[in-house]
Ligand binder design. Structure first.
Ligand code: ZN
Length: 342
């Protein structure tokens, strides 16, 4: 069993140039996670930039040229997405880190990797930057796993936002299962329970929309009733996690109430499923997370959960705090009835 953290000191430079007030703190969080990882016997390696070929599996060539053109410049790509002169270079390293995580996980068995990256990726569309994202890191990772021979790849996205880009890239592809829990309605507006995939991919997009204010218990329920059963039926050859931490109760953007141990529990459940389905092959790629203390604590909980024999344990909470989860599960079970035994 081995753990690999794909991490670059340069990731903190994305939108936090020298002199930015958050930069030292952000660097500290990343360094602390690397330290914990090493203490647990894991390797920490630096990423290489993603190649044009790896990116072109999920992005349009014209879009890739457009992003290349803004390299070295500060520009606004969309109302939420702007670059610093270093952004493109760092985004290439982030997508490359996701690729590296897949290569490490695929060369297992029982090899777990975490790509600790910025910028996030799951809002980036085939032909458009969006929601702080330039390249869709986890989608590049999934496509890379397919190219390496994985027949079925599952992506579980527990970021508070719906991963519109990831969904759209694979919604017609039955070999890539995309499962998202997210605040709904909320940015980016997609992710209704009825969005289940299209054409040959019908049934391999799974959206678990949760009303704002969801508790640990709501997430525990949707994992138990939908996420776990679907993954066990799909039997992926590799499990990817879009690990966003903005559903944390302290996050300034998200409106959810997840506690730090819940991130460990979700990740631990996914690790156990990867052990059952695919010899432990699991790669997590970070997405959002905007409270630095919550981010640091949640990453530590995730690191612990990735390592056996830790078993997933949900924080004890009040079962009456599952109304949002119950509402989501009942919608999703109806939408997925033609495709899965739930
Ligand atoms: Zn997010």
């Amino acid at each position: 069993m081995s753990l690999v953290l794909i991490h670059s000191e340069r990731f903190v430079e994305h939108q936090t140039p020298p002199g930015h007030p958050e930069r030292p703190e952000r660097a500290e969080v990343f360094d602390a996670v690397a330290g914990i990882w090493r203490k647990r016997g894991g390797d920490v390696v630096a990423p290489r930039a993603a190649t044009g070929e790896q990116l072109a599996r999920v992005h349009d060539e014209a879009y890739l040229r457009r992003i290349e053109d803004v390299s070295g410049r500060a520009v606004a790509l969309d109302p939420d997405t702007y670059t610093s002169p270093e952004s493109v270079e760092i985004a290439l390293l982030a997508a490359g880190a996701a690729v590296e995580a897949v290569e490490r996980a695929m060369n297992g068995p029982a090899l777990r990797a975490l790509a600790l990256v910025r910028p996030p990726g799951h809002h980036a569309e085939r032909n458009r930057a969006m929601g702080f994202c330039l390249y869709n890191n986890v989608a590049v990772a999934a496509a890379h796993a397919r190219a390496l021979g994985a027949g079925r790849v599952a992506i579980v996205d527990y970021d508070v936002h719906h991963g519109n880009g990831t969904q759209h890239m694979f919604e017609e592809d039955p070999s890539v299962l995309y499962i998202s829990t997210h605040q709904y309605p909320y940015y980016p507006g997609t992710g209704a329970a009825e969005e289940v995939g299209r054409g040959e991919g019908a049934g391999t997009t799974i959206n678990l929309p949760l009303e704002a204010g969801a508790f640990d218990e709501d997430y525990r329920l949707v994992f138990a009733e939908v996420v776990g059963p679907v993954l066990r039926q799909f039997k992926p050859n590799l499990l990817l996690i879009s690990a966003g931490f903005d559903a944390h109760e302290r996050d300034p953007l998200g409106g959810m109430r997840l506690t730090t141990p819940a991130f460990g529990a979700m990740t631990g459940e996914l690790r156990v499923i990867a052990d059952e389905c695919c010899d432990g092959r699991l790669a997590a790629v970070t997405e959002g997370g905007y409270d630095l203390h919550a981010l640091a604590a949640s990453l530590e909980a995730v690191t612990r959960s990735l390592q056996p024999p830790a078993t997933p344990s949900w924080p004890s909470s009040d079962s009456s705090h599952a109304e949002r989860g119950r509402a989501s599960v009942s919608l999703v079970k109806r939408a997925l009835a033609p495709y899965w035994r739930l």
